[in-house]
Design a protein around this ligand. Structure first.
Ligand code: URA
Length: 220
């Protein structure tokens, strides 16, 4: 067997599907692209897109697109929102994660203006009137209150455009800073801003389970 033209005889030699060229007895071996999920800690100032006609900086600059061809972002974060953004080359998983039918939870930390009282918290939880309808029940709790700002943890189960910012504005607590820290079972953890990593097998399986997709998908 040879990898990129070099003969290898060692068992367990690692290759990157879609990047390394593997031949056996002189014949090129076609490898199926392994399905992967990559997490990025998106910094502020980057568009959640693979390219931008207007020359804006895109998250594609920050992820391993050569090693894992076909990656696309699962949903979007606003340009100024930071935190957990997932990418996958598995179209079905990507679609399932953003489809409202699956109610996959997304958790945010939001610094909002003002001191958030019980009434506003209750409205955020029960449903906020936005121009495109009432938001579904959410979880909201105050984590910190300081200098006329409040740090909220907010979990929503749908994904309207700029939803958290609009929910904050609707209860008179505009969002000043927004970070996503969790999608379904997957947590951002201590990944540094601008860095990426592959989800491990356990996280990948848990994500599939959250959308009801079969585990067999990981192996094809
Ligand atoms: N809600 C927002 O308002 N912005 C995001 O980027 C994500 C959720």
């Amino acid at each position: 067997m040879s990898v990129n033209g070099t003969v290898v005889s060692e068992l367990g030699t690692k290759i990157i599907p879609g990047v390394d060229e593997v031949s056996l007895d002189g014949e090129m071996v076609e490898l199926p692209d392994k399905k992967v999920v990559v997490m990025l800690n998106k910094p502020a100032g980057f568009l959640s897109a693979m390219s931008d006609d207007h020359g804006g900086r895109c998250v594609s600059e920050l992820i391993p697109t050569d090693a894992y061809p076909g990656l696309f972002p699962v949903g979007r974060l606003d340009k100024d929102t930071t935190g957990l953004l997932l990418f996958t080359n598995d179209g079905e998983l990507g679609n399932a994660l953003i489809h409202p039918r699956h109610h996959v939870a997304k958790t945010y930390l939001a610094w909002v203006k003002g001191s958030v009282g019980l009434r506003a918290l209750q409205t955020l939880q029960e449903g906020v009137h936005l121009e495109d309808g009432i938001t579904q029940p959410a979880h909201a709790r105050v984590l910190e209150q300081a200098n006329d700002r409040t740090l909220l943890e907010l979990t929503i189960y749908e994904g309207h455009n700029r939803q958290v910012r609009r929910m904050g504005a609707a209860v008179n607590h505009p969002v000043e800073q927004l970070e996503r820290i969790q999608i379904g079972p997957v947590e951002l953890g201590d990944l540094q801003a601008g860095k990426w990593r592959l989800l491990d097998e356990e996280e990948h399986r848990a994500l599939l389970a959250a959308t009801g997709l079969s585990r067999d998908r990981m192996d094809s």
